[in-house]
Write a protein that binds this ligand. Structure first.
Ligand SMILES: O=c1ccn([C@@H]2O[C@H](COP(=O)(O)O)[C@@H](O)[C@H]2O)c(=O)[nH]1
Length: 230
């Protein structure tokens, strides 16, 4: 089933039963779901297939970052799983991203391919500690331009950067934005946060929302409240 909803719910759970229990409370017509490192490491391809079987389109968020051959092969394996979207780290560089694009272009059907720019949990002082002496906005723009130049479908970034990226990179380039927090929500470990409505207004294509939905007493209602706010 293909949803027109911009919401991607992050299923950050320790095992498949917990993730499937959450999926039971969500409607595949109202959101997509994201399988990340925790759930995939514990439960593997089977949980992706189970979610697909329930009608969900799956973003496999494993943020591959390795040499070109290894990363492209991993992206190919994700494509074999039939996921809707897969991602790599833009910091893996031009040759790595081009190798991933090339391997997917040989397929008749392929997932969307996006690249992570700067994690939404990082702010300027974190970047300085790892030797990046510029503002997150500047580094995100640099990596997003490189990603587009390599022929990928879009980037993962904060919605704080979405307005500038939308203006610079055009309407077709996907901006997938985690770090989404409704006004009354805890930021948790996120730093570059934006409300759902502001993210859409800034030009985000998809809003990744985890804990504000999955830790809510009524996850289905939390999802509907976010959709209603858009
Ligand atoms: O820059 C990034 C890239 C990925 N994520 C992922 O999104 C979700 C966010 O979950 P919340 O509970 O809404 O904080 C999570 O799975 C991250 O791995 C990100 O947050 N930032």
């Amino acid at each position: 089933m293909s949803s027109t909803s911009p919401i991607i719910v992050a299923l950050d759970f320790p095992d498949a039963p917990s993730a499937m229990n959450m999926a039971e409370q969500l409607d595949p017509a109202r959101c997509r779901v994201k399988v990340g490192k925790e759930l995939f490491t514990s439960s593997g391809p089977a949980v992706v297939e189970a979610l697909q079987h329930k009608g969900f389109e799956v973003f496999l968020d494993l943020k591959f970052h390795d040499i070109p051959n290894t990363t492209a092969s991993a992206v190919q394996a994700a494509a074999e799983l039939g996921v809707w979207m897969v991602n790599v780290h833009a910091a893996g560089g031009r040759r790595m991203m081009a190798a991933c694009r090339d391997i997917l272009e040989r397929r008749s059907t392929r997932p969307l391919l996006t690249a992570v720019t700067i994690l939404t949990s990082l702010e300027q002082e974190d970047l300085q500690e790892v030797g990046v002496d510029i503002e997150p906005m500047v580094q995100v723009q640099r990596l997003a331009r490189l990603t587009q130049d390599c022929g990928l479908d879009g980037v993962v970034c904060s919605a704080r950067e979405a307005k500038a990226l939308r203006h610079a990179l055009g309407d077709e380039f996907l901006l997938v934005t985690p770090g989404i927090r409704p006004a009354e929500s805890s930021a948790d470990d996120q730093k570059r946060i934006v409300t759902p409505a502001q993210a859409l207004e800034n030009g985000s294509s998809y809003l990744v929302v985890g804990r504000p939905i999955t830790k809510a007493e009524e996850p289905g209602q939390a999802l509907e409240a976010i959709l209603a706010s858009l």
